[in-house]
Design a protein around this ligand. Sequence first.
Ligand SMILES: Nc1ncnc2c1ncn2[C@@H]1O[C@H](COP(=O)(O)OP(=O)(O)OP(=O)(O)O)[C@@H](O)[C@H]1O
Ligand SMILES: [Mg+2]
Length: 221
Amino acid sequence: MISFQDVSFRYPRSKWLFKQLNLEIKQNLITFIAGPNGGGKTTLGKLMAGILKPEVGTVLVNGLNTKDVELAEIGAKVGYLFQEPERQIFAATVRDEIGFVLELHEIKQAEITAKVDAVLKQFQLEHLANLSPLKLSRGEKQRLAIAAIMVNQPRFFILDEPTTGLDQERKEILSSVIERLQDEGIGMVIISHDQYFMQRHAQQIITVVGGEIVDVANCST
Ligand SMILES: Nc1ncnc2c1ncn2[C@@H]1O[C@H](COP(=O)(O)OP(=O)(O)OP(=O)(O)O)[C@@H](O)[C@H]1O
Ligand SMILES: [Mg+2]
């Protein structure tokens, strides 16, 4: 599904972070990316989602070279949850945040309303529908960000540190969302430091330290 072929990447005015990286991510396994702060996890996730492009080498998403396609085209296939959910929330209300993507397409208003209602329910956001997203707690914002991405019906989902700031109950809700997505056949890469969360969901763990993949472990769950 996602393939890195001799990928090298560096940020402007920085040293190489990744050098000739090769990696395959399979659609049918939940892959975790682990490793210390600054190791390159977020950068790796952004390269997978086509948000960043490699300077050298190729990243293929479902056979498409991320260098050749528009971000929106990749975005329709790969959903990306930022490490800071605030970064992807901008509408006036929770309802509009979820409906936004649908408004861009030529979909009838009644159909949009029905779909938004279903997603609000699915992600337990109904009671917050008319609030400004800015008034939401971190956990609620994160649930909203995931809900807004899922409206796009991506086939693959990258989540960057999704449990940060969530209490036990919210983590449980997130876990059931992840299990549901997995049942629906949606591939996932989850960047996380959370050992409990990782043990619960990981089928493959890639450890990145200083821009190098130091370990790829398969886990039987
Ligand atoms: N926009 C940027 N410009 C320059 N350097 C950056 C930029 N973003 C990240 N870096 C650097 O790239 C390296 C990898 O950062 P990255 O955010 O990918 O790490 P991470 O593993 O996600 O860390 P964390 O666990 O703290 O989230 C770090 O040294 C970081 O300082
Ligand atoms: Mg990070």
